[in-house]
Design a protein around this ligand. Structure first.
Ligand SMILES: Nc1ncnc2c1ncn2[C@@H]1O[C@H](COP(=O)(O)OP(=O)(O)OP(=O)(O)O)[C@@H](O)[C@H]1O
Length: 241
């Protein structure tokens, strides 16, 4: 049983009176992963921040609604493109930051379990400055997964990871976010095809669906239908330039 809603976004976004994207009419189905691709600067992070209710440059004219008509406030976990780790806190304390900010008692067992799953068990007492870029990104991912909200908005969460760690973290995220409504921004067609129940291409003119393979995610990245889909998607994205 999940209380993950579907989310409907309609409208356009302008910065300094100039259209960034839209009009769009996008549904993020309840309990599924929607992957968004599009050229750099088209507004993918802006779309994520709008749904998260965070400040963005410019003006959005439109509506963001949830299928249960409840506010999304307090129901979203958000992983930004930059890791936003607090430099004076250890890895473990960064992971439980959400609970501490809410004056809740953090679930340290869950936090340590997550640390082990993201492969940072031996680094729990280090400060972020003592970590590599990929380790920082895994810390931020663990902090996001720690929140356990019905909606997860992830902005290029695996971009700094080596190929095998990336595959591991994709699988961990798919497992831990099963049943939640997920929006993943990525530049990687292979990642979108591996993880997405739905794939959306965002352009200045609008947002349109790209058909993923019929198989259910998380997909075998070497299956013929997966490789064919990602090759077609890559060719399409390259053709947009
Ligand atoms: N604080 C800001 N002030 C003015 N313009 C901004 C600001 N933040 C972002 N923009 C502009 O908004 C546009 C969309 O940015 P956004 O980060 O949403 O794009 P993106 O598609 O996520 O890009 P990327 O793939 O490179 O991460 C860009 O053209 C950027 O210049």
């Amino acid at each position: 049983m999940t209380d993950a809603p579907s989310i409907h976004v309609t409208g356009s976004h302008e910065i300094d009176g100039k259209r960034l994207f839209g009009p769009i009419d996008v549904i993020l189905p309840a309990g599924q992963w929607t992957c968004v691709l599009g050229r750099s600067g088209v507004g993918k992070s802006t779309l994520l921040r709008l749904i998260a209710g965070l400040d963005c440059a410019g003006l959005f004219a439109g509506e963001i609604t949830s299928s249960d008509a409840r506010t999304l406030d307090g129901r979203i976990s958000f992983m930004a493109q930059s890791d936003l780790l607090l430099p004076w806190l250890s890895v473990l304390d960064n992971i439980v930051l959400g609970a501490r900010l809410r004056d809740d008692v953090p679930d340290m067992v869950r936090a340590k379990d997550l640390l082990a799953h993201v492969g940072l068990d031996d680094h729990r007492d280090k400060k972020p400055t003592a970590l590599s870029g990929g380790m920082r990104q895994r810390t931020a991912l663990a902090r996001t997964l720690m929140e356990d909200r019905p909606v997860a908005l992830l902005d290029e969460p695996f971009s700094a990871l080596d190929a095998s760690t990336r595959a591991d973290m994709q699988e961990l995220s798919a497992q831990m976010l099963a049943g939640k409504t997920v929006l993943l921004v990525t530049h990687d067609p292979a990642e979108a095809v591996r993880l997405g129940h739905r794939i959306i291409v965002l352009t200045a003119q609008g947002a349109y669906p790209w058909q993923p393979p019929q198989t259910a995610p998380i997909r075998d990245q070497y299956a013929p239908e997966t490789t064919a889909c990602q090759a077609d998607l890559l060719a399409h994205l390259r053709g947009q330039r």
